[in-house]
Design a protein around this ligand. Structure first.
Ligand SMILES: Nc1ncnc2c1ncn2[C@@H]1O[C@H](COP(=O)(O)OP(=O)(O)O)[C@@H](O)[C@H]1O
Ligand SMILES: Cc1ncc(COP(=O)(O)OP(=O)(O)O)c(N)n1
Length: 267
């Protein structure tokens, strides 16, 4: 069984963050480990408070795992501030896991800053160069690439700018653009489009976390980058289709893909 690590924030209502990552790793047949970098008080209606974890503890969490366990893949999600980012980057440079999936989480769908705005530059300098693949949504890609994204040409230009910062692959997610939610992968030469059909639902909490974790699981299992994204998109799509009515706001994606497969359901 492949062993995967998520370095991210906790979401108390379980739809995004560490909880979504663990569910995704498990549903995709991998063993899940976690380094908690922040704790959010969050539900389907929004984020109400964030407690950063002391960077020393984050470093110790990472040491505890890498000094004992062979890690087959790492996903990075919400990291709330520059000091935490520096510690994580320093440890990853030391332990050198091969496949790092970086989801540069910045703002929750409800509009709460999950990354301090002044730490964006540190993320770009310290974590982007370590990423095997970075998976920004449109607003995140706009901030990292420092440009507006409206057209397909804008998506490609932003991907080129982000690739130039050192990530091996760039996957720009299209969920926030008008029209169908297609995602675009750039490898430095070619652009590959992963088409989607927009599902008419309010229950999309945790879609980005789920997609990036499924990509990490697929890469650990030996899929090519393209296969990893294709299978992850199928996984998140079926999860959105079967989104859960939880609470009074934006409910989470569903997670039991292997069960779906056994039941003969397809994405
Ligand atoms: N309503 C939707 N129907 C189908 N796919 C969607 C929908 N919203 C988002 N997606 C897909 O979910 C994944 C996460 O995208 P996105 O919502 O843009 O990221 P984030 O959660 O980081 O903002 C992408 O593959 C995107 O294309
Ligand atoms: C703890 C935590 N991490 C990440 C997110 C962002 O999740 P995402 O899938 O990008 O989208 P929303 O949850 O904001 O709908 C989060 N909310 N909490």
């Amino acid at each position: 069984m492949k062993k995967l690590l998520t370095i991210a924030g906790s979401d108390s209502c379980g739809g995004a963050g560490i909880q979504a990552d663990i569910k995704t790793f498990s549903a995709n047949g991998c063993y899940a480990m976690s380094v908690i970098a922040a704790v959010t008080a969050q539900n389907t209606k929004g984020v109400f408070a964030v407690q950063d974890i002391d960077p020393e503890i984050i470093g110790a969490e990472i040491d505890a795992i890498f000094t004992d366990i062979e890690v087959d893949g790492v996903k990075i999600g919400m990291v709330s501030n520059a000091d935490s980012i520096r510690v994580i980057a320093e440890r990853l440079r030391k332990y050198k896991p091969e496949k790092i999936v970086l989801d540069p989480v910045m703002v929750s769908k409800s509009g709460y800053d999950l990354l301090k705005p002044e730490a964006v530059r540190t993320l770009a300098e310290e974590l982007v160069p370590l990423a095997y693949v970075i998976t920004p949504n449109i607003p995140e890609a706009e901030i990292i690439a420092d440009m507006r994204i409206v057209t397909r040409e804008d998506v490609e230009e932003a991907a080129k700018r982000i690739k130039a910062m050192g990530a091996r692959y760039v996957l720009i997610k299209g969920g926030h653009l008008a029209g169908e939610p297609s995602d675009v992968l750039y490898d430095g030469e070619l652009f590959t489009t992963f088409p989607g059909k927009r599902i008419d639902t309010k229950n999309t909490h945790g879609t980005g976390c789920t997609l990036s974790s499924a990509i990490a699981a697929n890469l650990a299992k030996g899929f090519s980058m393209e296969e990893a994204v294709r299978a992850a998109k199928a996984y998140v799509t079926i999860g959105i289709e079967h989104g859960i009515e939880l609470g009074k706001g934006v409910g989470p994606t569903h997670h039991f893909y292997e069960l779906y497969q056994k039941m003969g359901w397809e994405a």
